[in-house]
Ligand binder design. Structure first.
Ligand code: HEC
Ligand code: HEC
Ligand code: HEC
Ligand code: HEC
Ligand code: HEC
Length: 166
């Protein structure tokens, strides 16, 4: 087979595999604190207030406890959940959030490139987060899903584009 045929065969196989395992939705992990996006967005916060995409913009990141304590030093400070939050803060520990969306190490992915250059919204890859009390994986971030959008948007689908051994 020529190189192009091998690549085409791999893409076809990937499509079949993805179709067979298309049940990409996963149950919500049990989180260390009952954090609700809906409740916080309705209190006037925006995604970028907590997911700042610091340089180089690869990761969206999670907010530091200082960010939470700016309000919770007063808001609901007698609730057990907020006391647990305050304890993490006092001990200088990050909250051990369980991950919902994750790609393997051998995949390159940059939030900044997708949000700023490709103008993709958070909802495209994560669903209607602002309406959710509990986060669970509800959007597909498999190779087939990534490649489908790359085809539609005219971005590369060459293997090295996403599997660059950096
Ligand atoms: C007040 C801070 C705050 C705001 C505002 C906020 N988030 Fe979050 N986000 C968190 C925290 C804390 C977690 C971890 C707990 C969880 O998964 O619910 C999280 C988790 C997530 C996750 C799951 C990440 C993973 O892989 O585990 C996604 C996706 C996400 N947020 C998207 C958004 C979007 C989109 C918005 C805007 C609509 C937003 N967030 C607004 C604090 C915030
Ligand atoms: C093109 C798809 C795509 C878009 C658009 C996107 N994300 Fe993500 N997001 C992902 C993928 C893929 C991961 C897993 C990344 C990893 O494992 O390194 C992820 C992970 C996350 C995480 C977990 C922490 C981290 O940095 O890995 C948070 C929080 C998050 N996204 C928030 C957001 C927010 C907020 C927006 C909108 C500003 C957004 N995402 C837009 C695909 C996307
Ligand atoms: C802008 C202020 C603000 C920030 C910043 C903020 N919160 Fe909140 N949070 C609130 C408000 C307001 C409520 C709802 C209180 C109520 O039910 O009356 C709330 C509710 C909660 C609750 C539910 C408490 C309970 O017992 O009902 C948890 C848990 C929580 N927040 C965690 C966090 C975490 C973790 C962060 C940081 C990632 C954070 N909050 C950042 C304002 C904030
Ligand atoms: C909403 C459509 C869309 C989705 C979904 C999407 N991409 Fe992209 N991606 C693009 C576009 C458009 C570009 C080109 C952006 C530009 O012009 O810089 C791009 C660029 C990239 C780049 C090049 C980054 C760089 O440094 O220039 C990589 C790597 C990449 N995507 C990986 C992924 C992976 C992995 C996934 C799935 C987890 C994914 N993409 C999902 C549209 C998408
Ligand atoms: C647009 C981004 C993108 C492109 C282009 C891409 N991949 Fe992937 N690939 C991924 C992602 C994301 C995963 C992780 C899938 C998961 O965790 O479910 C992956 C996983 C894989 C795996 C692990 C096994 C599997 O099927 O899950 C192999 C092997 C692979 N890719 C080979 C290739 C080959 C060969 C090409 C070129 C024909 C290619 N990839 C092009 C994004 C991409």
């Amino acid at each position: 087979m020529t190189k192009m045929n091998v690549i085409a065969a791999l893409i076809a196989t990937a499509g079949v595999v993805a179709a067979q395992t298309s049940n990409y939705k996963a149950p919500a992990p049990v989180q260390p604190l009952p954090f609700s996006h809906k409740q916080h967005i309705s209190n006037g916060l925006d995604c970028k207030d907590c997911h700042a995409m610091p340089d180089p913009g690869e990761h969206a990141t999670f907010p530091a406890t200082t960010k939470c304590m700016a309000c919770h030093v007063a808001v609901k400070k007698d609730s057990p959940a907020i006391q647990k939050l305050a304890d993490f803060h006092k001990r200088g520990e990050e909250i051990p959030w369980k991950r919902v969306y994750r790609v393997p190490d051998y995949v390159s992915f940059s939030h900044r490139v997708h949000v700023i250059n490709a103008k993709a919204t958070c909802e495209t890859c994560h669903g209607p987060v602002r309406e959710r009390d509990v986060m669970q994986k509800e959007k597909d971030i498999s190779m087939a899903a990534c490649s489908d959008c790359h085809k539609t948007a005219g971005a590369s689908t060459e293997c090295n584009f996403c599997h660059d051994p950096r």
